[in-house]
Write a protein that binds this ligand. Sequence first.
Ligand code: FA5
Length: 335
Amino acid sequence: MEELKNEALAQIAQATTTAALKEVEVHWLGKKGLITERLKTLGTLAPEERKNAGRDLNILKNEIQTAIAERTVTVAASEIQQQAASLFIDTSMPGIRARSGHLHPLTMVTEQVVDVFERMGFFTLDYPEAESEFFNFDGLNIPSDHPARDTQDTFYLTDGNLLRTHTSPGQVRAMREFAPPFKAIFPGRVFRCEATDACHEHTFNQVEGIMIDRSVSVANLISSMMTLLSGVFGRQVVVRLRPGFFPFVEPGFELDIQCMVCGGSGCPVCKRSGWVELMPCGLIHPNVIRAGGLDPAEWEGWAFGLGLSRLVMMRYEIDDIRWLMSGDLRFVRQF
Ligand code: FA5
């Protein structure tokens, strides 16, 4: 026993790496290690001998285990020291700049619009992108034979629903959901089955806004629009108001903004006209108020449908709407 112990302790002392120590451990205490093998032969000894040999072997086993554990601490510490000494840190090396992510320009402008409107007392709602024909068309005073349906080429879904072509379905939904008076906006994606160009996408963003009260005015509508635009652009912008037709408003207007990409001189974004159609609006048609479950004799409202993607283009002077959804990081990283 004494000889075995000396031999084991000598091997442990000689091991200078954790790998070498592991080998020593396997050699003595492993499944086929010396001590384990000897413990297995105990059964062949006479009972008296077996008792003593068993006790001695277990004492030896514990001693070896303790010695290995102690040596492991020393060896590991010296290994760490060696590693640290061999590490050379060149503090003059140029660093690798961490690139932090940021919001997409569309998200930034949406948040700005939401912020301006929330400060004016509007609350923000989120309505479904997959809509029923009722909310997208019929409820908005656009029956199935109405020519206005043709101006918004529609993606129909196999379940009979459709991808909303504008955010206006939220008008009827909001009126059904909230007791008037109230004012709300609902930003979101809309979809149209149409050919794309510098200022037309098949998937783009709008923000709808409505105000329902006993008496509302076009003057109030226009002043809200102006507050929004100066809030987003941080400066005075040139706008013009034209009459516009939408079945769900009466009277209806088109609010155009002077093209901020070319300053009004004409470019592909404004189709060389110097103006960009940005924000149709008007007083909500009595039929829509009715579809919203309210009595048009008691309640009035105004609504607008802002082309958010176009607003982003104007805000950041982007010359082609298709950049927005392109997923091209070279574009996104510029903001
Ligand atoms: C509508 O979508 C109406 N729902 C807006 C409205 C709301 C009118 C409330 C009255 C009251 P229009 O189809 O014109 O209208 O689209 C609204 C805005 O979305 C346009 O002024 C334009 O800025 C933007 N827009 C329209 N089509 C596209 C397109 N293909 N790509 C990008 N922006 C578009």
